[in-house]
Design a protein around this ligand. Structure first.
Ligand code: AMP
Length: 209
């Protein structure tokens, strides 16, 4: 039973690595960004509310995110361990999580801020399977087409420069304090998140044997 948190700025590669690690270790991958985007698409009351914030790159209010996660953690598939990607993102969320369950590892994706704008604006995703590409460093075999699904790749609507700036600021103001939060509890490990997905995956394997 492993309970892992991936912490780091948007564009650090948490989602890409989370998919691989969750598969390799049999963990439930919980991305609050993916859960919220699914709610937006399904036009649930949560989705309609969250959409207003997400479009601009602002964080969705804590109470909405915490309720969504608390509910998700009650389901049977979360009882064998989980990997959080994009949660917690504020001290209030970390406090709420601590009341629900302990965590075993918090892995911080360390990456220079200059690399992030470029990674985010070059990102394209498959609308069917969610595979993430980068136009420069990790392009699909056929331009604009998912290798797995053959679907036309899309750009997330918060990956344009204005929303990216807001997201980086939200990270600096609200999420970065979690380094101190988990660091002071002796739970934080850092990995170098620069380089190719394969290189980063190898560092993660070494950090969480
Ligand atoms: P992500 O896919 O992790 O980059 O998240 C995309 C967007 O979803 C963020 O910019 C926020 O608007 C929202 N979001 C995702 N996770 C959280 C969270 N833990 N707390 C608040 N907002 C979140």
């Amino acid at each position: 039973m492993r309970r892992i948190i991936f912490l780091g700025p948007p564009g650090a590669g948490k989602g890409t690595q989370a998919v691989e690690l969750a598969k390799a270790r049999g963990l439930l991958h919980l991305s609050t960004g993916d859960l919220l985007r699914a709610a937006v698409q399904a036009k649930t009351p949560l989705g309609v509310e969250a959409d207003r914030y997400m479009r601009e790159g602002a964080l969705v209010p804590d109470d909405l995110v915490i309720r969504m996660i608390a509910e998700r953690l009650r389901s049977p598939d979360a009882q064998h361990g989980f990997l959080f990607d994009g949660f917690p993102r504020t001290i209030a969320q970390a406090d709420a999580l601590a009341k629900i369950t302990p965590v075993d590892h918090v892995l911080f994706f360390e990456i220079p801020e200059q690399a992030l704008m470029e990674r985010l604006t070059q990102r394209r995703v498959c609308p069917v399977c969610g595979t993430v590409y980068n136009l420069t460093t990790n392009p699909p075999k056929r331009h604009g087409i998912c290798d797995r699904e053959g679907a036309t790749l899309v750009q997330r609507n918060d990956d344009h420069p204005d929303a990216v700036r807001t997201r980086l600021k939200a990270y600096a103001d609200k999420t970065r304090p979690l380094l101190e939060y988990y660091g002071s509890r002796g739970q934080l490990r850092s990995i170098d998140a620069t380089g190719s997905p394969a290189e980063v995956a190898e560092r993660i394997r070494a950090a969480i044997p």
